[in-house]
Design a protein around this ligand. Sequence first.
Ligand code: HEC
Length: 473
Amino acid sequence: MRTISRCTQSFTLLVIATFVLYFQAKAQSDGAGLYQKFCAQCHGADLSGGNASSLLDGIWQFGAENSYVIRNIKHGIAHLGMPSYERSMTDADIRAVVQYIRDAEADKGVVKPPTPEMVETMDYFIEVETFADDLEVPWSIDFIDPATALITERPGRLRVVKNGVMLPEPVNNTPKVLNEGQGGLLDVAVDPDYAQNGWIYLAYSHVLENQQGDRLPAMTRIVRGKIENHTWIDEELLFEAPPETYNTMRHHYGCRIVFDPWGYLYFAVGDRGRGFQAQDFTLPNGKVHRIHKDGRIPENNPFLYDEKAMKSLFSLGNRNIQGMAIHPGTGELWVTEHGPMGGDELNLIRAGKNYGWETITYGRNYNGTTITELTHIPGMEQPIFYWNPSLAVCGLDFYTGNLFTKWKNRLLVGALKYEEVRLLQIEEERVIHEQVIFKGAGRVRDVATGTDGAIYIVLNNPGKVVRLVPEKE
Ligand code: HEC
């Protein structure tokens, strides 16, 4: 009797196991079937397009990496008519469809189109030159003079491009950074009075080393120093958060550094993965900070009235600023900020204001759940503009050069996910026109007007910098 029951038990287990394996295999192999059922009517039975774009042209307008493709299928792109499959497909189904698309790409030998040598916009034919190549996650570019550019590589290297040639060795002796997740060597900024004082500013992820544990707490830190004989010297610490505010998250560090015409230095610290702390003025994260160029606290900083507040704070409620620029006419600070899904923002930052994160937002969580229903609250600022779905805005600069005269004072907005640069025309405090001027060459990490008037675009992967100039007539 006992043996029989044991026998039945094993048999039942075997049957269950077979079924599990069968369904797993079915889920894995049925990408083609799911595609025909759900996607073919718009993207074409052979994936080459129909009502909606081809999925086999190597062009991913809304993000090329699997994580983005999966997200686009799961949550849809509502305003363009791409449905959300969150309810009708499981995550395994979606992965199977994506695998089916990837296999079809491999069969057809689809390759990502090369960086274009020429792009056409409404106003200009533009030549695209490679300015620097073979970089590892370049994060930021700034210029000492028309012949000398500085580029940060996130793993912790500061590179110099001299007369169009990148020096083979990085600058010696730059600060040790925490190169993990989104952290590392982030922004580089050249002092507006560099010719007189020689200062260069760096932002990076700094780790507390005198602590226990596998993952040491980290936070954004700002220093300045000089470069002599290709070596970083005379370093001064400008901003370091109190050690108890460091945390072990490895994302949302901010950070850009800009200077306004009155000599103030602004930088941003992202929320460090703790959105609720962005409203707490005793903490550095989720905020814009303002200091003097030597690190002193300005006497008119907006939160000095409260003893508990951090004295360097300039604004609150900023999720993760990845673009900062000073308006060439007004001297005011404009920023782009990563929202959660669907809530990337362009903000005009004013002293003491609260930009709402994470109390109000236009975005949702990446898993589709709601963070908050609130988009407006008295006492919290509205963005000047927001992007839904989000482009993953990164890098920001007003065009202030003399080569693209029609674009004077327009705003260049880079985007990681959409792999593009947009040009925004701004009138007072409104965006009145937006056009994509560059796309599809890789994730855009930074955009800058060069001292020579060209537009420089820092591409994350493949790591390089391209230089845009109008085609000669
Ligand atoms: C009702 C029509 C429709 C259906 C059905 C549909 N899509 Fe789409 N899809 C679109 C539209 C419209 C876009 C936006 C781009 C465009 O204009 O083609 C889009 C965009 C996409 C993108 C982003 C492409 C890029 O360039 O980044 C992916 C990925 C995608 N669809 C996959 C799918 C998959 C997989 C299915 C089936 C599960 C599916 N779509 C079903 C209409 C549709």
